[in-house]
Design a protein around this ligand. Structure first.
Ligand SMILES: C[S@@+](CC[C@H](N)C(=O)[O-])C[C@H]1O[C@@H](n2cnc3c(N)ncnc32)[C@H](O)[C@@H]1O
Length: 249
């Protein structure tokens, strides 16, 4: 699967380059750009979105009270969501393509006494370095959205693989009606890079999800729930997001 992903991406030319070598694939260049962004030490949210805290409270009411469910965040960045999950009593694992982000996540967890058992990896989440049926929940907060269609198809297969039967996926992804999301250089039918306007300007690769596409990606899951959140910023900037939860049978 990963080989197919990389071959597909080798055909993508002229992607945003930061510090990646010239022969890097679209994903590698994109991850290098994220790494360069984090190296500038931007102010990044230190707290999880309320949708995640609500989902965890409802779905894992016993976490930290005699049970220690295993959680994985894909594209964990500097660790705001892992910090929350560790505090809620989860055993945490995370993967991100940015070494700087993983270092920041490690620092924060250690500073707050939560880093002991954290399993943090640097890498492309199209290929997850954990065994099958390992996690009780896999979380994505706006990270899958920054990838091409082949990577997205690969990561959904990987999420299904690493979840235990009965385990949950929770994701937050950009919808295709977000202002400007498809205004950049087209990579595939639903993915662009270097969008020209809107809230995702400067965010590298972005993918605008439709509900039908997500239904296909989640076809092997059950208990699928879609919430659709629309926010208007100012007069003309829309942010549309899919809040998705689904269970592995
Ligand atoms: C918008 S940030 C979100 C970070 C974090 N989930 C949060 O809520 O703060 C997107 C993150 O996904 C990571 N990312 C995107 N595509 C990735 C991939 N294919 N493999 C690993 N990490 C990826 C980026 O490095 C970046 O840290």
């Amino acid at each position: 699967m990963q080989r197919r992903v990389l071959e597909a991406e080798m055909e993508v030319a002229n992607v945003e380059a930061a510090t990646a070598p010239p022969d890097a694939t679209a994903t590698e260049r994109n991850l290098a750009a994220w790494d360069a962004l984090y190296a500038q030490d931007p102010r990044w949210s230190r707290y999880p979105p309320e949708e995640l805290s609500g989902f965890i409270a409802q779905t894992f009411p016993d976490a930290g009270r005699g049970t220690t469910p295993r959680a994985l965040e894909i594209g964990c960045g500097p660790g705001a969501n892992l910090w929350f999950l560790a505090r809620e009593g989860f055993s945490i694992a995370g993967i991100d393509g940015s070494a700087v982000a993983i270092a920041r996540a490690r620092q924060r967890l250690a500073a707050e006494g939560l880093g002991g058992a954290a399993d943090l990896r640097i890498g492309n989440f199209a290929c997850l370095p954990w065994p099958a049926a390992h996690f009780d929940v896999v979380v994505d907060i706006q990270s899958i959205s920054h990838n091409t269609t082949p990577v997205i198809e690969a990561v959904f297969a990987e999420i299904h693989r690493v979840l235990k039967p009965g385990g949950w996926f929770f994701g937050r992804m950009f919808g295709d009606r977000t202002t400007g999301i498809l205004s950049g250089e087209r990579i595939d039918a639903r993915t662009t890079r270097a969008v020209r306007f809107g809230p995702l300007t400067g965010c590298g690769i972005v993918h605008g999800f439709s509900r039908i596409e997500l239904e296909g990606l989640l076809s092997r899951f059950t208990s699928v729930r879609f919430d659709y959140v629309h926010r208007r910023i100012g007069e003309s900037c829309d942010i549309d997001e899919w809040i998705v939860q689904a269970r592995k049978p």
